[in-house]
Design a protein around this ligand. Structure first.
Ligand SMILES: *Cc1c(COP(=O)(O)O)cnc(C)c1O
Length: 334
């Protein structure tokens, strides 16, 4: 979006990629945006001097001194947060007034925008006010609650208020290129994932995260032999299967059924049977030379996370965020 500034969204440990990695990778961003106040403190400790937005604002008035000390910019989305500011004093804060234009998650209804704005404006603790709203369906052209409907409500509620405006998430940036705003709020696209409605490749996105493991056992199955808990997969021919050291305790989705794609030495094959805590089983048929130690890619390079997520009935976001602490992280190109 020409001329727009970027809030790089780094909530949930930078969508599972590690906040420290994001801090380096997003050096060129105009601001970083997240939910967790303790992680906002880590950003400041890590040397980030540019703006930091707290997208859910303060959860408790006791957080206000920290917000002031770290010069964080809280969203104000409800009356409780407004009251917290009305009873606070000290270092002024830049705040983001959130308008609920149909998502019905956070924000004041458009018809209250003016009143809340005036109340914020009158507070010595408020040094500046920006506006934001969030789209529910930027990736879905069939939706009745389109970004255009939401923008219309937003404009009606906020007409005449002089403020910078933050709108587009990844879906709006990728699929609603006519929308303009002062600040964008991309998240998943910065990590090479898609918000749905198209493939990462078609948008020119490259995966930042690759989840890999290796085979730790090989089994030769006879006709009628089954695999894993619940015996959900049964061989209808003699076949070799491999056991991969990766399970739901690493963040691999337990709901990934037989057929979910994986790469074995770069060759596409499939999950067999139920994913267990520390292991999952795969079909070795396409790679007869596979053996203990063979490299397995669960997602990332050569296998879009969205494909795996789709097979497991979820979205890439959830898989990225669920990578468990025990998974060893290596930063490539660092
Ligand atoms: C998470 C979030 C974003 C980023 O969304 P993506 O779909 O990852 O681009 C933007 N704005 C708000 C308010 C969010 O909560």
């Amino acid at each position: 979006m020409p001329g727009a500034r970027v809030w790089a969204v780094v909530k949930a440990d930078a969508y599972g990629h590690g906040l420290g990695n994001a801090l380096r990778a997003f050096d060129a961003a105009d601001g970083l945006s997240l939910v967790e106040i303790d992680r906002a403190a880590s950003l400041r400790e890590g040397g980030w001097r540019k703006p930091v937005m707290l997208m859910e604002g303060m959860f408790d008035r006791a957080e206000i001194p920290t917000v002031q000390q770290l010069a964080l910019q809280p969203v104000v989305h409800n009356d409780e947060q407004l009251a917290m500011l009305e009873h606070a004093s000290g270092t002024p804060l830049h705040v983001h007034l959130k308008i609920n234009t149909g998502m019905n998650r956070l924000g004041f209804r458009p018809e209250r925008a003016r009143e809340v704005w005036q109340r914020l404006k009158s507070l010595p603790i408020v040094s500046g006010i920006s506006l934001l709203t969030h789209f529910a369906n930027a990736e879905n052209p069939q939706a009745t609650l389109t970004p255009q409907v939401q923008l219309q409500r937003f404009r009606e509620g906020t007409a005449g208020l002089q403020a910078e405006l933050s709108l587009s998430n990844s879906a709006a940036l990728l699929m609603q290129s006519q929308i303009r705003c002062d600040w964008t709020r991309p998240g998943v696209m910065l990590y090479g994932g898609t918000p749905g409605g198209g493939s990462a490749q078609s948008f020119g996105l490259k995966p930042a995260m690759t989840l890999q493991s290796e085979l730790i056992a090989v089994q030769d199955l006879q006709i009628g032999d089954s695999v894993g808990y619940g015996s959900l997969f049964t061989a209808d021919r003699p076949m070799r299967i491999g056991v991969v050291a990766c399970g739901y305790a690493d963040g691999y989705p337990r709901h990934a059924p037989t057929g979910t794609p994986v790469l074995l030495d770069g060759v596409r094959t499939r999950v067999l049977g139920r994913v267990s805590m520390d292991m999952l089983s795969i079909d070795l048929t396409p790679v007869p030379a596979a053996k203990v130690g063979s490299r397995v890619t669960l997602w990332g390079d050569g296998l879009p996370i969205d494909e795996v997520a789709n097979a497991a009935g979820t979205i890439g976001y959830e898989l990225m965020c669920a990578i468990a602490p025990r998974v060893r992280r290596e930063v490539r190109g660092a």
